[in-house]
Every structure is written in C-alpha cells, then in structure tokens.
Design a protein around this ligand. Structure first.
Ligand code: NDP
Ligand code: 0GV
Length: 292
C-alpha cells in the first residue's frame, strides 16, 4: 500500500504538471481584425464579450432589440479600440432577422470569422405553470434563431475556417428546478450543435463549435431573477465573457465556467444522478419561489 502510494503521488503530480503547462492560452492577436457577430450584446455577458473583442482589435457587429443600448455599446467598442463596430437591432422572434444580421456582416466585411450566439428571451424562475406559449416563444428565440443564424453564416464560416460559439448553461446539462421552459431550449442547443459538430468533422469542414456551459453569473437580469432564491454567489460577467472568447478562439469542444462547480456536477451527474438532483434542490430557497 505504502509503495503504491509512493509511486502514485509523483505520477499524479506529473500528470497535473503536464496538464497545467500544456494549457493553451489566449493571445489577443488571435482576435485582431477578426470579423465577429455577437448576439444579445446590449447588456450582460454579450455586452462584456463585445468590449473584450474591442480591446483585442476585432471587427464587431452586435445585435439585440434595444437600439439605444446597442448604440452605446458600439460607441464604447470604438473607444476601446475595435477595428470597426456596427449594430443591427430587432427581435429574434422575427424569423427574418437571423439572415438579415448575417447579410449585414457580409455587406460590411465580405466574410465572417466568429459567430457568437448568446441572446435569450426574458425568462422566469418559478414553478412551471403550464404556459405552453412561453415555451414556444423561448424555443423560437433561444433555439430556432440560433439554428437560423448558423445556417446563414455557415458558407462564410467555411470559407474563413471560422468558429461558432453557443452560449448555454448548466440548465442545459442537468436538472435544475424552476426553469423548465428555459432548460428545454438549452438542452436542445446541446443536441443540435453537438450533432452538427460531428457532421462537420466527418465532412472535414474546418468550422469549430464551442458549447459554453455557464454556472450562475452576476448579470443584472440574473441578479433580479435569482437573487432571492439561490444562495450561492454568482461569478463575474467580465471574466465569464473573456473565458467564452478564449474557448472559442482556442476552438474548444466545450467550455465550463465556473469550471470546478460545473465539472464536478457533470461528473456526479453520470454516476449519482439522484445525489446531484438533491444537491441542486438544496441550493434553492424554495419558500421564496413563486408559483405563478
Ligand atoms: N446570467 C446567468 O446566470 C447565466 C446566463 N447564461 C447564458 O448566458 C447568455 C447571456 O445571459 P445574460 O447576459 O445573463 O442575459 P441578459 O438578460 O443580460 O442579456 C440578454 C440579451 O438578449 C437580448 N434579447 C432579449 N430578447 C431578445 C430577442 N427577442 N431578440 C433578440 N435579442 C434579445 C437582450 O437585449 P434586448 O432586451 O435589448 O433585446 C440582451 O442583450 C444566455 O445565453 C444565457 O442563457 C447561462 C447560465 C447562467
Ligand atoms: C452547481 C451550480 C453550478 C448550479 C448553478 C445553478 C443555478 C443557480 C443557475 C444555473 C443556470 C442559471 C440560469 C441560467 O442559465 C440563465 C438565466 C437567464 C437569466 O436571464 C436569468 C437567470 C437564469 C435563469 C439563471 C439563474 C441561475 C441558474 C438557474
């Protein structure tokens, strides 16, 4: 036993050291002059991604519904050093918007290097109340518009050897209560984009797909929605945004933020799902959750 431990400890140490030193890192030059679309970029994580891309010198096209906010984001991006910054405003409930945004990128730059799919329709955190119309709307905005944007952008991305970043959530990987409609849309993204990734690899198409699995992030919307029902502290949106860009630039298959909490949960999910379910339920202050 002692001998086994003595040989195991250096071996594990060596593996950890190799892993640590072999970690790829993001170099800002990787994004310089790259042509990037960021959806849902008027606030929250999307807005922060636009600012990171800006100081790295990318060309940026942001989109969301609120024009006044997008104008401010564009101004700020130019001040931070973006190679160029533009916006298209509209709702992803409108099935023509996805194609319009991609066409605008083509008109502006003649190509595209990175498509960051991040927007979501406003959602609630409460017991599921049978509102099927809400599910339909979320599927339209959070899922179908991602597919539509991908379809429109793929020819340009194939030409540039570009990347698609799909912003998802732990609620798209394991069971979290009170977000049933939202969770359904995030699981759908995993199914669709993971399958599509397989096809691209089979066909030797040089377009990467990075699924970003996020924990609890301190955006204004999240603070308003979950502040009173979830007691673990949220992680900073600025750092989260940088990790997403890094994952995409390094063409990772999936990225996890908050890394340790999310990875541990995913490990437990496959081996002890009931334990993960109960651990997740215990993070909520259920007395504060609304019924309708
Ligand atoms: N915050 C968190 O704790 C977590 C977030 N995530 C994921 O991160 C991503 C960003 O979340 P977060 O920054 O918190 O979200 P925010 O609510 O801060 O931002 C959502 C963005 O989507 C836009 N949007 C809303 N409705 C529409 C619509 N119908 N058409 C087009 N754009 C729309 C909003 O702008 P406007 O209102 O102007 O249209 C805004 O720019 C999402 O994909 C979310 O699922 C994942 C896990 C946790
Ligand atoms: C063990 C941990 C990693 C688990 C964290 C679990 C909880 C607290 C995390 C995981 C997924 C998170 C939700 C999410 O994905 C996106 C949104 C949309 C936003 O507009 C409002 C907040 C909301 C509903 C987040 C609320 C907090 C959730 C439920």
């Amino acid at each position: 036993m002692g001998l086994l431990l003595k040989s195991l400890v250096p071996f594990v140490g060596l593996i950890l050291a190799l892993w640590f030193y072999s970690k790829d890192d993001l170099k800002p030059e990787m994004l310089k002059e790259k042509r990037v679309i960021v959806t849902g970029a008027s606030t929250g994580i999307g807005e922060q991604m636009a600012y990171h891309l800006a100081w790295m010198g990318a060309h940026i096209l942001v989109t969301a519904r609120t024009e006044a906010k997008l104008q401010k984001v564009v101004t700020q991006c130019l001040e931070l050093g973006a190679a160029s910054a533009h916006y298209v405003n509209g709702s992803m409930e409108d099935p023509t918007l996805a194609d319009d945004v991609v066409k605008r990128a083509k008109q502006l730059w003649g190509g595209l290097d990175m498509l960051i799919l991040n927007h979501i329709s406003p959602t609630y955190l409460k017991y599921f109340d049978g509102d099927v119309e809400h599910i339909r709307k979320l599927l339209e905005v959070n899922f179908l518009s991602y597919v539509a944007m991908t379809l429109s952008a793929l020819p340009m991305l194939k030409e540039s050897g570009g990347s698609i970043l799909v912003v998802s959530s732990t609620a798209g990987k394991f069971a979290i209560p009170f977000v049933a409609p939202y969770s359904a849309t995030k699981f759908a993204l995993d199914g669709f984009f993971s399958s599509l990734r397989q096809e691209l690899i089979i066909e030797k198409v040089n377009v990467s797909i990075t699924l970003c699995v996020l924990g609890h992030i301190d955006t204004e919307t999240a603070k308003k929605t979950v502040g009173h029902v979830f007691w673990l502290p949220p992680a900073p949106k600025e750092e989260c945004a940088l990790e997403i860009i890094k994952g995409g630039a390094l063409r990772k298959r999936e990225l996890y933020y908050q890394y340790f909490a999310v990875r541990t949960s995913l490990l437990i999910r496959d081996w002890a799902p009931e334990y993960l379910d109960s651990r997740t339920r215990n993070h909520f202050i259920v007395e504060n959750v609304k019924r309708s």
